[in-house]
Design a binder for this molecule. Sequence first.
Ligand code: NAD
Length: 360
Amino acid sequence: MTTHRIAVLPGDGIGQEVTEQAVRVLRAVGKISGASFEFEQALVGGAAIDATGHPLPPATLELCKKAHAILFGAVGGPKWENVPHEVRAERGLLAIRKELDLYANLRPATCFSMLVDASPLKRSVVEGTDIMVIRELTGGLYYGEPRGVERFADGGARAVNTMVYTTREIERVARMGFEVARKRRKHLTSVDKNNVLVVSQLWREVVTKVAKDYPDVTLDHILVDNCSMALVHKPTQFDTIVTENTFGDILSDEAAILAGSMGMLPSASLGGTVGLYEPVHGTAPDIAGQGVANPIAAILSAAMLLRYSLNMVREADRIEAAVQRVLEQGHRTRDIAGPKDKALGTKEMGDLIVQHVERG
Ligand code: NAD
């Protein structure tokens, strides 16, 4: 039997609290499925700065490289805000992404029917929303050269960023888009600005070419401005979205609103040989240490780990169904509780989800 080696990097603040619950859920999956997991924990972020002076110690990177998947919590917090830029806690996460060539970020935006009223949008708009946004993570405007500011003698200035993509960079994330869409409802929407940007014209050309290898997936193209409107007007029209770095940064946050709370949003960063799974939220210093954080985003990240890194689709479904049932029964953590709900703590919510995973 294969042993799945999981590197566990809880990080700081509520990262510590929610990751613990995600590991418990994976242990429960191991118990019911017979799969064997080996969890090894390592330091990252502020916790690593305190212990070693560096946000990503070499031992942590080594562990990540040898693992089958990485379960990540969150990093950063006020304690480390004034450290030099190159050793900031957040650099730990950016360095892992770069070292492991994690070029695609997957962020699902699912509107759970019992939490519809937590969304600022109308029930008739958000009900039934189930979108996967895939954002290219290592190219485009955020990394392109030349970049910089030129200052002029008259006090004026000129600033430049460059949006640049190669065929290879577009093709690999497009393939990721088609592969993911294949595991969902087989509908991929590629987002670009083809009417203005030559980069988008190349993007559309390459995505259309890749589509020939995926005849079972329907592909359409949409302009980014139009997509932004459609996400809040008729989000149910989307299944899987693939787009470049900047557009994806903005659209994935817009789509997040559809899900109600930060505490509900998982994510995956894929690309190289090892995938990294983490809740979208940060370390929440305002509630850290109180045991009240919602562990669902971390637990759903563990479900993504099973689905995308270990191909344990049934077990991933089982975790998602357990979360659904616990919510259906009316259990809520503070961030998603209504005025009449009794708010559960992080561990209590974890206990309930573990029980439902074990019961099936
Ligand atoms: P945050 O996501 O930590 O918190 C935003 C708000 O959402 C807070 O009110 C918080 O209490 C609430 N919240 C977040 N997750 C929750 C959960 N699971 N349950 C209940 N409530 C939850 O964002 P922030 O306050 O902007 O950032 C705090 C720190 O986290 C900063 O140092 C930031 O740099 C870091 N951060 C790290 C990551 C990461 O590691 N990937 C991501 C975002 C922010």
